[in-house]
Design a protein. Structure first.
Length: 70
């Protein structure tokens, strides 16, 4: 059974979940913030900056952190 669908063009390398928020990063360039509504995934924010994220985290309902390799 499929509850919801969300697609990315790259391989996801990290997922961090807190309450109904999900933060993902891919290996090449972006961070996505999703929210689970109970019925589907909603995209809350996306950053397409050229990053090489090595870790992500959720600090609070409106705060995330990203550390990148440089």
């Amino acid at each position: 059974m499929q509850l919801s669908k969300w697609e990315r063009g790259y391989r996801i390398n990290q997922i961090n979940v807190q309450d109904d928020f999900i933060v993902t990063s891919d290996a090449l360039r972006s961070i996505d913030v999703l929210r689970w509504t109970g019925k589907k995934l909603e995209l809350v924010a996306r950053d397409h900056s050229s990053l090489w994220p090595i870790t992500i985290g959720i600090l609070g309902p409106k705060e995330i952190f990203v550390a990148e390799a440089s």
